[in-house]
Design a binder for this molecule. Structure first.
Ligand code: IMP
Length: 501
């Protein structure tokens, strides 16, 4: 007979934290959000820790090299999406690993025979006003000039005017040679009162742009997450099919940590993948596995060699797995159950396997709840998709900006490997939707605001570290009516425009 769990499973929204005693030493500025990313033995330090407990989802609409750099700058880790060719994924990892803070690969490029209308369309798409004019319109093409807002007046010029007629040509530009240091580049920018400085190689091809606004980025980002060579730490997604080809390419490209990307991880496929990695690389390659939603699934993956275990089925914002297939579990209940199993496993073996809560974060305080329930870090898709740095298009609908966000199980992503249960190589039905999310600006601003709330709540609970929060937290289930009580109620709000959450 089937096993019945008669207790309903719950979501984050059904829980609240009850404040604990906070001493006068418990102030947000002294809270440490440092957290382990990979397993470690009792009394030892994990080989990779993060400075903030956030990782970005292994999704086409979320984690590319640009987002990876932006998140590592704030202290977290991106897992570059695996639903692309091995070469393309390795190239993204390589770009993020070789990224030099302050040296930016130009993302707005145009050809000399393109038009003013093309320039305007490009600035709207990228949100950037400095455009490199290169022979072939690519970021590494021969540099012919630059177009900025100072080069054209939309009201006075024809939209079909060719770029070469109004760009600032190379002869009039100040540029610097490849090999220039960031300090030298910044000196040139200050001396000549420039907004940007192109860096060009011996053949005249564009290598990078250095922008005035990026000056001193290191000093502004004390949490940045670097490896021993001062390069950003970067993760990458793999699947249970082509690992023999993909893993070596990603490791060669410099990936610091891998994660098996699968909608359901309690499977022999994951064991085979982890086994292959351990056989070929021992413990030197770090790899997470998942997703699971109960203690049995956790133990299976921990015993199969996972460096961390990811929890969550059906809670993602773009996910329709529960509707389509009838599998899943409320994210809070799944997390609590798995974290309990993790603690038991630690007591038994002396090995601590970090837990990642994946999906279903709607409000910032859900992050604090997940940490309090035992998660070591949180994976977010929708949250990061909203930012400038995510790979998806920014679109304007009725005067409001949105970014596109689609599930890996949607027809758009066609990531059949994520949903693979053996058999044919295809996605026969969808488990995700294609959607819009409200555009929210720069990652840094949002992450800072979110984490300031997390730190503040931790102080309410008397905790200066994540382990302390996990130990001290008191959580209560709430009734439907008390959820209503939690918002503004029984007043007529003067301003009904959207509020910062
Ligand atoms: P979100 O942060 O709530 O948007 O959830 C992101 C998570 O949803 C990802 O990290 C995946 O675990 C999961 N996910 C991504 N694409 C799909 C899909 O198409 N169907 C179901 N789950 C998905």
């Amino acid at each position: 007979m089937a096993t019945f769990i008669n207790e309903p499973s719950h979501t984050f929204n059904e829980y609240l934290l009850i404040p604990g005693y906070s001493g006068s030493n418990c102030i947000p500025k002294d809270v440490s959000l440092k957290t382990p990313l990979v397993k470690f033995k009792k009394g030892e330090e994990p080989q990779i820790s993060m400075n903030i407990p956030l990782v970005s989802a292994i999704m086409q609409a979320v984690s590319n090299d640009t987002l990876a750099v932006a998140l590592a700058t704030q202290g977290g880790v991106s897992f570059i999406y695996g639903s692309q060719s091995v070469e393309d994924e390795a190239a993204m990892v390589h770009r993020a690993k070789t990224y030099k803070a302050g040296f930016v690969t130009s993302d707005s490029n145009i050809k000399p025979d393109d038009t003013l209308a093309d320039v305007i369309a490009l600035t709207e798409k990228t949100g950037h006003s400095t455009i490199a004019v290169t022979e072939n319109g690519r970021a590494d093409g021969k540099l012919l000039g630059i177009v900025t807002g100072r080069d054209y007046r939309v009201s006075r010029m024809e939209p079909d005017l060719k770029v070469e007629t109004f760009m600032t040509p190379l002869e009039k530009l100040i540029w610097a040679k490849e090999g220039t240091t960031l300090k030298e580049a910044n000196d040139i920018i200050w001396e000549h009162k420039l907004n940007s400085l192109p860096i060009v190689n011996e053949s005249g091809n564009l290598c990078y742009m250095v922008f005035r606004k990026d000056y001193d980025s290191h000093k502004q980002n004390p949490n940045e997450l670097l490896d021993s060579h001062k390069r950003y730490i970067v993760g990458a997604g793999i699947n249970t099919r082509d690992y023999a080809e993909r893993v070596p390419a990603l490791i060669e490209a410099g990936a610091d940590v891998l994660c098996i990307d699968s909608s359901e991880g309690f499977s022999e496929w994951q064991k085979l993948t982890l086994g292959w990695i351990r056989q070929n690389y021992g413990d030197s390659v770090k790899v997470g596995a998942g997703n699971v939603v109960d203690a049995e699934g956790f133990r299976f993956l921990a015993e199969s060699g996972a460096d961390f275990v990811k929890v969550g089925i059906g809670g993602g914002s773009i996910c329709i797995t529960r509707e389509t297939k009838g599998i899943g579990r409320g994210q809070a209940t799944a997390l609590i159950d798995v974290c309990k199993a993790r603690d038991e496993y630690f007591k038994e073996t002396g090995v601590y396997v970090p837990i990642c809560s994946d999906g279903g974060i709607v409000h910032d305080h859900h992050i604090t709840l997940a940490l309090a329930m035992g998660a070591d870090f949180i994976m977010l898709g929708r949250y990061f998709a909203r930012f400038d740095e995510s790979p998806s298009n920014k679109v304007s609908i009725n005067g409001t900006y949105y970014k596109e966000y689609w599930g890996e199980g949607s027809a758009r992503a066609r990531n059949w490997q994520r949903y693979d249960m053996g058999g044919e190589n295809k996605l026969s039905f969808e488990e995700g939707v294609d959607s819009y999310v409200p555009y929210a600006g720069a990652l840094k601003d949002n992450v800072e605001l979110t984490l300031s709330k997390v730190r503040s709540t931790m102080c309410n609970c008397g905790a200066l570290t994540i382990p302390e929060l996990q130990q001290k937290a008191k959580l209560t289930l709430v009734s439907e009516t008390s959820i209503v009580e939690g918002g503004a109620h029984d007043v007529i709000q003067k301003d009904n425009s959207p509020k910062i959450k």
